[in-house]
Design a protein around this ligand. Sequence first.
Ligand code: ADP
Ligand code: MG
Length: 549
Amino acid sequence: VGEAEEMGFKTETRQLLDIVACSLYSDKEVFVRELVSNASDALEKRRHLEVTNPEEYGREEGDEAMNISLTCNQSKSRFVVRDTGIGMTKEAFFVRDTGIGMTKEELGAAADKIIGQFGVGFYSAFMVSKYVKVYSRSAKKGSKGYLWESDGTGTFKISECEGVEKGTKIVLDVKDTELSFCTPQVCERVLKKYSNFVSFDITLNGGKVNTVEALWMKEKNDVSNEEHIDFYKFISGAYDSPLMRLHYSVDAPLTVRALLYIPQSHTEKYGGGRMESGVSLYCRRVLIQSKAKNLLPEWLRFIKGAIDCENIPLNISREHTQDGGMMRRLSTVITKRVIRWLEEEAKKDRQAFERFIREFGPFLKEGCCTDQVHKMDLAKLLRFETTKTDLDYPLVSLDEYRDRMKPNQTHIYYLNAPTKEMALMSPYYEQYKEHGLEVLICTEPIDDFVMQHVDTYSKHKLQNIEMFDAQYDGNVQHTKKIEGEKKEDVVVKKQLTEVQVKALSDFMSKRLVGRVGVVKATERLRDSPAVLADHESAQMRKIYRVTGQ
Ligand code: ADP
Ligand code: MG
């Protein structure tokens, strides 16, 4: 055994240590995740080299199985993570301390500058430790074992060490204030939270901890329906099976693997309060953030699942997932893919998609009103009841409506009504019916907002036929809009002489003074004697009333 070499950390490393210990992570518990993910990486590397370079890295007699074992002992303030992975050569220990090619000025800047540029995960051990020892022997044949040790302040020591097995053993001498991490209960909870899907066996004081497979990392065709259902139940805490699923992977511009599910139903409609995001973010099977807030837009909060992205650094703290450029890019990639998924589902199985729309349509509508970027994509996905009655499927898209518009028709017509039956009996619909014009029926309170937000679809203006200035194309009537008119106008059916119309209008104006604006003859009615028309739809008036405007 050679002499121990003692040396100081480079100044930059020392500063880095401070940043890691003080501000990089919002939760101290993530040190477990960092050490386990390093162990998992090391095992992965070894597995790879065993196959690609068997001369130097092939298995030898006495080599242990590939696994990660943790032991914790509160009375000894001891926390140990051991893996049978690739291990470290003496040089590798140094790479850690010399590979940090940053200037002091750069390091002086905010912590997020360094996030994602190189690994700092290992240093998180010092958040909870007085002293750290790393025993390691490279899995390369004939390698010697070493011990690296430090109290994480100024210096570290490296010495050759006998009796070290292939792989790495990290021994933490835990600070008195952090001893809870040495209890099996706490340690197991943290392990299950972050490392449940790690693909190597993890044991804690001898008992196996991780039992669930990271299905999203498997090939799409290797996952059975039952596995999906079990996995979906596991990650969402649901009892049903998913309505739809998307298993997808892509390597550019980011390396992403995602397994997303749409449940059968959601809880907001039962007054269950606003749902949280249901998608967790992983980096190579290790949890970065459960129910990640900024991963998908708010209107996709009904989706459950897992997204694994190799480009997102593990050591990104909760605060940093919020504005990180990488998160934004990931969010863009996934959102686009989800929209395409929904388009595909709509084409593939119309009935299933209708079920989806009836349940989750309100979320898409919310997106239409709040997400400028995806507004038009979402409008394309919306489905409406319609006054057309001879359809195989009751709900239609704006595209379908557009494709069967009359030759001269320039507007897309819609009407608010609680049900299709009521819409078909509405006085506003009479003249459209007579001219064989299809009218979309908006049955939800939010629909009017949505239509106003969408405003124009494929160059066709969306027109609420209740409105005072509603007009249809080509022929019949063009009611002039009266500027500054606030009260609803009563439009009287014209089958009377000019004089009679005048008399009736005057009479009605007097009786309804202060309650209506102008009373006049109209040609928009067929069966009803009179109708109210306004610059705002009835739905909007209702909303104004409720909100006191
Ligand atoms: P990162 O994992 O992002 O590279 P870390 O600070 O977590 O950063 O680890 C730094 C480096 O130390 C790793 O890249 C690896 O080379 C080495 N290392 C850490 N833990 C182990 C381990 N258990 N086995 C082998 N090498 C390890
Ligand atoms: Mg790491």
